[in-house]
Write a protein that binds this ligand. Structure first.
Ligand code: FES
Ligand SMILES: [Fe+2]
Length: 334
């Protein structure tokens, strides 16, 4: 007989003092999803994102190499770009006072700075960021020596069994903001137990009575057989520690980043990838919108109840909530 672990205490989700500790213990050590390579199509292309409170920038150099930096000017911490994405003229120029950086991060010119004997521009290059790519997806880590990205994603790679993603391009983006702790949302993503009750349209698409979640390494692989071979879903959803969802559709896929904005707010960034030249089917967007609205409703109500002081611990289903138990174990370790 399996055991039924206690849930993590309510304070994990409601105590704001945990967030800076999680930011340092979880997010500063993990790989975080940044963007797809099609956001950086040519030399001088760049893309800015904020990952758990770390503003970062990926830029493709004149040599074609993608490099990652903290989006923080070494003068007085201005941002290096004003928008989310663009193509620069061969340098990154801080909009605050005009310091100019080469695309490899070196400080080329501190505009109109004045003579200073004790200032060596070579010491003021951009803060570099570890980056790595997998199947066209770029990830970044604030850590100095993160474990190899390929090892983290190996269980998913195996499950994808040679599926070809090489022709995928960014086809749409969507953002949703949730009034809940990031873990409240992640744990909701980690189980299919709620699908028949909360997601009637998703339940009509897949056999949710056969929904399985398998924990392999630091991934949770979800599978539910599609009912309709022509439907929206392919039946595979994957979650990767600590906050990435990979939703595989019949056509294309959607990468979901569950970004904490602080202790009590979470932003979902959806990046839809489709075969080159194809738009995201309207029914795919409609289905994702609906499922997100249903999840938003429940996680925000759960968050209110976690904050209320009435509930301390519950129990996790041995049949359905093994991935939540694993997630809570990894959080304790972090
Ligand atoms: S903060 Fe960037 S130039 Fe001053
Ligand atoms: Fe859900």
């Amino acid at each position: 007989m399996n055991s039924s672990p206690l849930t993590a205490p309510a304070s994990w989700y409601s105590d704001p003092s945990r967030w800076p500790r999680e930011r340092a213990g979880v997010f500063a050590k993990a790989w975080q999803f940044v963007t797809h390579e099609s956001a950086l199509p040519e030399p001088r292309s760049w893309r800015a994102e904020t990952l758990a409170g770390y503003p970062v920038l990926l830029v493709r150099g004149e040599d074609g190499e993608v490099r990652g930096f903290h989006n923080v000017c070494r003068h007085r911490a201005g941002p290096l770009v004003r928008a989310e994405q663009g193509v620069c003229d061969g340098a990154l120029v801080c909009p605050y006072h005009g310091w100019r950086y080469a695309l490899d991060g070196r400080l080329r010119a501190a505009r109109d700075f004045g003579a200073a004997a004790d200032f060596d521009p070579r010491e003021y290059g951009l803060f570099p960021l570890n980056i790595a790519s997998w199947r066209g997806l770029w990830f970044a880590s604030v850590a100095e020596n993160p474990a190899p990205l390929a090892a983290l994603l190996a269980p998913l790679e195996q499950r994808l069994a040679g599926a070809d993603w090489s022709n995928l391009r960014i086809a749409a983006r969507r953002t949703h903001t949730l009034a809940c702790n990031w873990k409240t949302y992640v744990e909701n993503y980690l189980e299919g137990y709620h699908v028949p009750l909360l997601h009637p349209t998703l339940d009509a698409e897949v056999h949710s009575d056969q929904y399985t979640v398998t924990v392999e390494g630091r991934t949770a692989l979800h599978y539910a057989p599609p009912r309709d071979p022509m439907g929206v879903y392919d039946g595979l959803w994957a979650w990767v520690w600590p906050n990435i969802g990979v939703n595989v559709y019949r056509r294309g896929l959607m990468i979901e980043r569950m970004s904490p904005l602080g202790a009590d707010r979470t932003q979902l960034d959806y990046l839809y990838l489709m075969p080159e030249g194809e738009a995201v089917p309207a029914e795919t967007l409609a289905m994702a919108n609906q499922v997100t609205a249903e999840d938003k409703w429940i996680v925000e109500r759960v968050q209110e109840n976690l904050n209320s002081g009435i509930y301390e611990h519950g129990r996790l289903s041995p049949k359905h909530e093994g991935a939540i138990a694993a997630f809570q174990t990894w959080l304790r370790e972090a």
